[in-house]
Ligand binder design. Structure first.
Ligand code: R5P
Length: 295
């Protein structure tokens, strides 16, 4: 391991230079992967725009019933037209998503904490790779707590999932967790996203922050941005727009969609930004118009 003393600060990210090993495949960092991996990644990232709208409703795995998700069976089906990927637990997916749903599935596979714990960073892998295969998951999602008490076990979980996923060509989504005591600085997100990508995750979920372009440039796989706590719609759309402008390849939003007064219209507005290059202002105008006219 390199000596930590006297390390130079990384600074030259060449943010205006495109990823050098893109090849002919539309997903960053996947050019050298096999057909099965690419097929799953194409179910996540649209081959035309290269981007994705993921809808996260995996909150129950540690929060139990969450405002806006009290009835998974009623909320989730309404959103299937507007999003590219459903991200949920196997319990929610099996019970509330039709097997006829044709888009992507991101299966949450780690668990082990709940809102009743102070430290959420100790998790286990709770879903076998065989079950991910049975569910035809397009990726398995692993929470990763860099810098937290549970860092070692979460890196262990991440590695085990990536190893299992590699055996069956199922990509792993590394989810960068932010706990109460953890930094939320560009320095932290740069460190965490890069560690997760170098462990072998095929896509990384993290938060938007300052210097986001550098975080994207330093990460050799696509970054999708987490929504985070519920914001007023114009602010959530601005965050989505800034993320895409900063090089994100999509959004993986939960509360900013399902806690919106108009979840379907909000998901459509996000879609305009992610796939059609709309600005946040244009998307918000659409949202206002659609919620008035029932578009
Ligand atoms: C990430 O920590 C988990 O996947 C969450 O359950 C989910 O991402 C939260 O989504 P949001 O923060 O957009 O509600």
């Amino acid at each position: 391991m390199a000596d930590k003393d006297g390390l130079k600060v990384a600074k030259d990210y060449h943010v205006d230079t495109a990823f050098a090993n893109q090849g002919s495949f539309h997903v960053k960092g996947a050019n050298n992967l096999d057909w099965g991996m690419k097929k799953h990644l194409s179910n996540i990232f649209d081959p035309v725009s290269g981007n994705t709208v993921m809808f996260a409703f995996d909150h129950g795995y540690f929060m139990g019933s969450t405002a806006g998700l009290e009835r998974l069976d009623l909320v989730i089906p309404k959103l299937q037209e507007q999003v590219d990927v459903f991200m949920g637990t196997r319990g929610a997916l099996r019970t509330c998503v039709s097997p006829a749903f044709k888009k992507g599935i991101a299966l949450r596979v780690t668990s082990g904490s709940s809102m009743l714990n102070d430290d959420l960073s100790h998790e286990v892998v709770a879903v076998d790779i065989e079950d991910a295969i049975r569910m035809n998951a397009d990726c398995i999602a692993v929470q990763t707590f860099i810098g937290a008490d549970g860092q070692l076990s979460s890196i262990d979980n991440l590695s085990k999932c990536i190893n299992a996923g590699m055996r069956y060509s199922i990509p792993t989504l590394g989810v960068v967790a932010v706990g109460k005591q953890m930094e939320r600085t560009p320095r932290f997100f740069k460190l965490a996203t890069r560690i997760v990508a170098e462990m072998g995750a095929s896509l990384v979920k993290t938060y938007y922050c300052d210097d986001f372009e550098e975080i994207v440039a330093a990460c050799p796989v696509p970054i999708v941005v987490a929504g985070g706590k519920k914001l007023p719609e114009p602010e959530a759309l601005e965050m989505a727009y800034r993320s895409m402008q900063g090089g994100a390849r999509g959004l993986d939003m939960g509360r900013n969609i399902f806690q919106s007064e108009h979840p379907v219209e909000m998901a459509k507005a996000i879609r305009m930004i992610v796939h059609h290059g709309a600005t946040d202002k244009e998307a918000y105008e659409f949202y206002l118009d659609a919620t008035k006219s029932g578009k």
